[in-house]
Design a protein around this ligand. Structure first.
Ligand SMILES: [Zn+2]
Length: 120
């Protein structure tokens, strides 16, 4: 079992922000660990708009335990793509603005970007 800390999340966030997103992502406003009711969810990116200044930001929710660090990193990358979508395309889904990242993710990391995060 791999139990990430918020520090781990920020470390890997910075790593992939540079590797994949050219530093365009701002940090998640908040990172929270929650056991999901449905086992099939490992992560969740929730997009918000601040009411006054209309600034977009996201919160990241992760399961507290992953079966491996690889699964954690796959999940983080997946949620970072959603975060990018929210900031620059105003959507969070698995459509075109999600799938266009597949090639880059697969080229620059050893991971596959899939709509569904594999459960091990
Ligand atoms: Zn997703």
């Amino acid at each position: 079992m791999y139990k990430p800390t918020k520090k781990d999340c920020k470390f890997w966030f910075n790593y992939y922000n540079e590797l994949l997103f050219d530093h365009k992502l701002k940090q998640f406003r908040k990172i929270k660990f929650t056991k999901f009711q449905k086992e099939c969810y490992l992560g969740w990116c929730i997009g918000y708009i601040s009411p006054k200044r209309k600034i977009r930001y996201s919160k990241l929710i992760l399961t507290p335990e992953f079966t491996s660090i690889d699964l954690f990193k796959i999940t983080l990358i997946h949620e970072m793509v959603h975060h990018y979508q929210w900031l620059f395309h105003k959507v969070i889904n698995h459509g075109k603005t999600f799938t266009k990242w597949k090639e880059k993710v697969e080229k620059l990391t050893t991971y596959e970007l899939s709509e569904r995060i594999p459960i091990e």
